[in-house]
Design a binder for this molecule. Structure first.
Ligand code: G6P
Length: 452
């Protein structure tokens, strides 16, 4: 069984009110869904849309070769668990996003939300306990579902359970921002699984460093970075939609160099400092004016969280300021796309001469891998070591420090100037690393950890 918040299928209703199933969104689904197709596995996930809620009422559904059971959680419980606990608290703690003099303030609403998070985890564990065959392997994904381990260990000790964290893991000082009881419950929930997986050794070590002082006896841990879905990325790159998007980008940038980025509009991705670094580049390296275009294909995320909505405004303001400052009738320095359009993002990854991946902190970062796979111009990867993918790709990337705006500008300049043979050698090495692992390897690592 696979268990995650976002499911492999999402449902809508057609004109006649019949349910129509579509493949769900996100890297986890695109990587795992092909492996699950036709397999003896059930995927349990939250019912998110209205269509999903209808589907949830019908029990386990089969579509697109997948077997999924969606759980319709009471909407207020879901909002508290997903928005307040998962996104506004756990995500912020693991990525170090709090402005500590101001936030967080764990008031009574948070206590209620934590109870909702507990209820949601209990509900998921109950569904697994009902459906799982004797001795099944259960692979639970991410911080939304950290407490399920307790219930499964008590109610179904026959199961082999794994929890996989897709985010970074907070060092003890950061996790210590949570109320003690919450931090300990979160850790011991994870420790109740048979094994816990992470994208890099660094995050696994942080998890273990948190367990010791809280006297939580840790489970087996393992490290297995999520591979890019190579077939999906290359199919998209070869699609007519991608060709059309590339033609549009080409038409706008002409033969100028392109600095590209593709991300969700998400605080941890550090979009604003990326634009400030470009502004600094244009200011201190005047030779790049009119020679370079920064193309960003970014799309809104988690619109239920006020900080994210504000951040999108900050991103748009930063871009508007740069364009006002530098544009002339024949050159627009930044082109910003803000809708979720995967073929266009892939088109940009194909066309970029430099790929900027500068997160404050990131569990892995699949964009860096997808860029290496589809790029056609030996793009130089400018990468923050705070991304989990640094462990795999750092040796062939240019390092930048995410808070050092001037330093990032210097790195962009170095990337733009890099001689062709150096670019080619790095791009080839990046591609070889990315091609060396497939989603099936990641799944096999989890299966091995479950029973190991
Ligand atoms: C990214 C992270 C995952 C996380 C997901 C949730 O992909 O790497 O750790 O589960 O975002 O995003 P969502 O839109 O479902 O809140």
């Amino acid at each position: 069984m696979i268990v995650s918040n976002r499911g492999p299928l999402s449902f809508t209703t057609d004109d006649r009110g019949d349910l129509v199933a579509r493949r769900g969104a996100g890297g986890l689904v695109s990587g795992l869904a092909p492996l699950m197709t036709g397999a003896e596995a059930t995927w349990i996930a939250s019912a998110i849309s209205d269509g999903d809620r209808l589907a949830a009422g019908r029990g386990t559904m089969e579509a697109e070769g997948l077997r999924a059971r969606l759980l319709a959680i009471d909407p207020e419980t879901y909002r508290q668990a997903y928005d307040l606990v998962s996104n506004e608290t756990l995500w912020f703690i693991h990525h170090g996003l709090y402005d500590l003099p101001r936030a967080p303030a764990f008031n009574g609403d948070f206590r209620d939300a934590w109870l909702a998070y507990r209820r949601l985890n209990e509900r998921f564990a109950g569904a697994v306990a009902e459906d799982a065959p004797h001795g099944a392997v259960v692979l639970v994904q991410d911080y939304h579902l950290a407490l399920m381990g307790h219930h499964l260990a008590t109610d179904r000790p026959d199961l082999a359970t794994v929890h996989f964290t897709h985010t970074p893991f907070a060092p003890p000082d950061w996790l210590g921002v949570l109320p003690d009881q919450v931090a300990s419950e979160y850790l011991s929930g994870m420790a109740a699984f048979n094994a816990c997986g992470f994208h890099t050794q660094r995050w696994a070590d942080e998890f273990l460093a948190n367990c010791r002082p809280r006297l939580v006896s840790p489970p087996r841990t393992f490290v297995s970075p999520l591979p890019a879905d190579i077939d999906d990325a290359r199919q998209t790159a070869a699609s007519p939609a991608c060709a059309a998007a590339l033609a549009e980008i080409e038409q706008q940038v002409g033969d100028r160099r392109v600095i590209g980025r593709s991300d969700r509009i998400e605080l941890s991705k550090n979009l604003v400092r990326g634009f400030l670094a470009y502004d600094d580049l244009l200011s201190r390296y005047p030779e790049w004016r009119e020679q370079v275009v920064f193309v960003a294909s970014v799309y809104p995320s988690r619109q239920g969280v006020a900080d994210y909505v504000r951040y999108q405004d900050e991103v748009e303001d930063a871009v508007a300021r740069i364009n006002e400052r530098w544009a002339n009738p024949s050159w627009q320095p930044v082109i910003l796309y803000t809708s979720d359009d995967y073929p266009r993002s892939v088109a940009l990854l194909r066309r970029a001469d430099v790929l900027l991946v500068n997160p404050i902190r990131d569990g892995l970062n699949l964009v860096a891998k997808e860029g290496a796979l589809v790029n056609e111009r030996d793009a130089v990867l400018c990468l923050s070591p705070e991304a989990g993918v640094w462990a795999e790709l750092g040796a062939h990337a240019l390092e930048l420090q995410p808070f050092d705006v001037a330093g990032t500008a210097d790195t962009l300049d170095r990337a733009l100037r890099m001689p062709a043979d150096d670019r080619r050698a790095r791009a080839t090495a990046l591609r070889e690393v990315v091609e060396s692992r497939r989603p099936a390897d990641w799944l096999a690592d989890q299966m091995a950890a479950a029973t190991g």
